[in-house]
Structures are given as C-alpha cells and as structure tokens.
Design a protein around this ligand. Sequence first.
Ligand SMILES: [Zn+2]
Ligand SMILES: [Zn+2]
Length: 276
Amino acid sequence: MVSRWACDRCGFVAWTRDRSEMADVTGSHLLAHHSDALSKSDFRVSWDCPYCATAKTAYDTDGAVAEFKTHLHEHVVDRIAGGTHVADLVGWDGVVRVDAPAAGDEADPLRTHFHGAAGLAVAVTPTPERLVRALDGALDAWPRRTVIVSTGEYDFEATPDVDFEGRNAEIVELDPRLSPDEVGETVSRILDANHEPGERVSLEVSVFHQIVAAFDVERAVAFVRMLAARLGDAGGVLQLYVDADADRNVATVLNFLDETIDLTVAVDDGRFVRRP
Ligand SMILES: [Zn+2]
Ligand SMILES: [Zn+2]
C-alpha cells in the first residue's frame, strides 16, 4: 500500500511508498502553483505564504526556498491519505495507462503494486523472467493465482530461486505470430479458468507496442476495448504499459482510446504520479 496526495488546484496526484517522501512532492508542486509568492530583490529572497500570514526574507536563496516548500507542505499534510492503492482511484475497475517502457524495469514497482494487491494476476509480457524476479523480490506473498503469458520461451535458468509450484503460478507460452483476437481469446480463457468470484484481477499488457506494430491502428484499438470489456465482467484493472514517444502509431492508438482509459500514471523517481 502507498500514501496518496491529490492537489486540490489541479489533477495532480502522487503516491509514495513512504509517507515521509511526500514532503518533497507536495512542496515542489505547490511552489509551482504559487511561484509569484516568491520574489528576489536587493540580494535577498522573500516568500509570502498564500495560505496564511507567514512571510520570510533571507539572503540564503536555497534555504529560503526549502523553508517555503516545507511550510507549504505543512498546509496539506492532513490531506495525505495512508494505506491507499493506485487502483482505488478507479474503484479497482477500469483501464490504467502506464507511461513507461514495457520492457524496462522502471515500472516494476508499479507492476508489483498492482499484482500484489490482486487475487488473480495475469500478465502478457515479452520479459516474463524479469517480471517473475520483480514479483519475487517485492512481494511477501504472491497473488492467490498468477498466470504469466509470455511471448517467448520462458528461461527457467534465469530465475533459479523461484519455486513456481509453491507460488501457484503458471507460465503460458504464446505463439508470437498470434493475432490480437487470439491473444484476447487466450486472456479470456485464462480469466474463465482462474478467476474466483469477488476476487480482484490485475491484468498487465506489456505487449501493446508489438500489437500496434504488427497490426493496424483499428485492430489495436479494438483489442484494448475488447479486453477492457471482458475484464469489466470480472471486475479488475487492466494496465497498459506504453511509451507514446517511442512510436507514432502508439500515440495514434492512444488518442482513439482516450474514452477507454480511466487513469494515466507515470513512475517518477520511484513515485507514482498522475499529471493533470
Ligand atoms: Zn496542482
Ligand atoms: Zn502558510
């Protein structure tokens, strides 16, 4: 679980693993909203709090800015919620776009955050060994059931310490030539066979770029909409890992999916953020 702070002036939301980390986030963010409250003149820097009567003038610019940030943080510290999950923002039911390269480890804290809070975790990934290592390293206990759909052959020598039977996990190797419809059908069958009523589902799609590259925009859009609808029946969160800068077609598909995507988050320095 993580702590959450939502700015009440814009749509910015940040989640940090440790509540104390939030001071950096709130202070910098609020300072950006109130930059005119900070002024420099005659070799000195002054700040004038927009929320209360406190004002300071100092020669030490860095010190004054840091003090102002800490002061701003104190005004919102009561509104930091503890014990939250990113998926709470969509009621554990919807599509979350994660702005991070699918094959890198930058987003692993977010992957394990989602999967670790689910009863059934399903991941379609080109790098299954990395996901298994991330889950094993981050979680005290794996989900009740984990199904990893790999687009290549799983290399068991890459995860020698992981006992799959003890973790109720299964690797399904997918033919990389399969169409989006066939990938969707595979996921649908996995949900049928493994989902227990009332259980949260975390569905990771880290092959979105491959699907967009191999098929046209229309089919890629239809694939995500179909998966979202299928997951809507079971109740769960679909996470789409995308790097819109890497591929122009991915950006086009994401535009079409604007209505389908309920929340967009990024990983910033180990923290999770929603930018307005
Ligand atoms: Zn804001
Ligand atoms: Zn103040």
